[in-house]
Design a protein around this ligand. Structure first.
Ligand SMILES: Nc1nc2c([nH]c(=O)n2[C@H]2C[C@H](O)[C@@H](COP(=O)(O)OP(=O)(O)OP(=O)(O)O)O2)c(=O)[nH]1
Length: 161
C-alpha cells in the first residue's frame, strides 16, 4: 500500500486478470454481463476460498474463453478503489503467450484478438491505458486507481519494479 494515500477501505476483494498474448496481438473479451459489461477486458474474476491466485486465474481463463494455460506469470498488482465503496479490489494481473485451445465465446465474454497497435482503450476501463502498455513492454508493475463511478479517475499511482 502506498504512503500518503488516505484510505477508508475496510475489506479487500482478491481478483485475477489474465492478458494472453500471441506475437504482436493480445486477447481481450467483450464483457457481456455483470461488472464492467460493455468493456473489453482481460479474463478474470474473484479468487475463491482455498484457491491460489494462479489456480483462480487458470480457472477464469478457461471458464470465460475456453483457453488453457499452465504458464501464467504474475506481472502486475493493481488496487482499485471506488469512492464511497469500502471494498478495495486487489487485482493480480497475469500474462502468458503459451496456451492451448482456441478462444471461444461464452455467456460472460466474447473474445477477440487485437493488435497491440490497435487496442480499444476507448472501450476499456479508464486506467488500462496507463498500465497495459507496461505489460506489453514486458515490465512488472504495481498500481493504485481511485475511481469515482466507472468513468472518472480521481487519483492514481503506478510504478514499475
Ligand atoms: N482491465 C481492468 N480490469 C478491471 C478493472 N477493475 C476491475 O475490477 N477489473 C477486473 C478484475 C476482474 O478480472 C474483473 C472483475 O471481477 P468480478 O469478479 O467482479 O467479475 P465477475 O462479476 O465476472 O466475477 P466472477 O463471478 O467471474 O468471479 O474486472 C479495471 O479498472 N481495469
Amino acid at each position: 500500500m502506498y504512503s500518503g494515500v488516505v484510505r477508508s477501505t475496510t475489506s479487500r476483494k482478491v481478483l485475477t486478470l489474465v492478458i494472453i498474448r500471441k506475437g504482436s496481438d493480445i486477447l481481450l473479451g467483450m464483457k457481456k454481463r455483470g461488472f464492467g459489461a460493455g468493456k473489453w477486458n482481460g479474463f478474470g474474476g474473484k479468487v475463491e476460498p482455498g484457491e491460489t491466485i494462479l489456480e483462480a486465474a487458470k480457472r477464469e481463463l478457461q471458464e470465460e474463453c475456453h483457453l488453457r494455460s499452465d504458464s501464467l506469470r504474475e506481472v502486475g498488482l493493481i488496487e482499485f478503489e471506488f469512492k464511497g465503496d469500502p471494498v478495495l479490489e486487489e487485482t493480480h494481473v497475469l500474462t502468458s503467450d503459451v496456451f492451448e485451445g482456441e478462444p471461444k465465446e461464452t455467456e460472460e465474454m466474447r473474445p477477440q484478438w487485437f493488435s497491440i497497435d490497435n487496442i480499444p482503450y476507448h472501450q476499456m476501463w479508464l486506467g488500462d491505458k496507463y498500465w497495459l502498455p507496461l505489460l506489453i513492454q514486458g515490465e512488472q508493475f504495481k498500481g493504485y486507481f481511485l475511481f469515482e463511478g466507472e468513468e472518472k479517475i480521481l487519483n492514481y499511482e503506478l510504478k514499475t519494479s
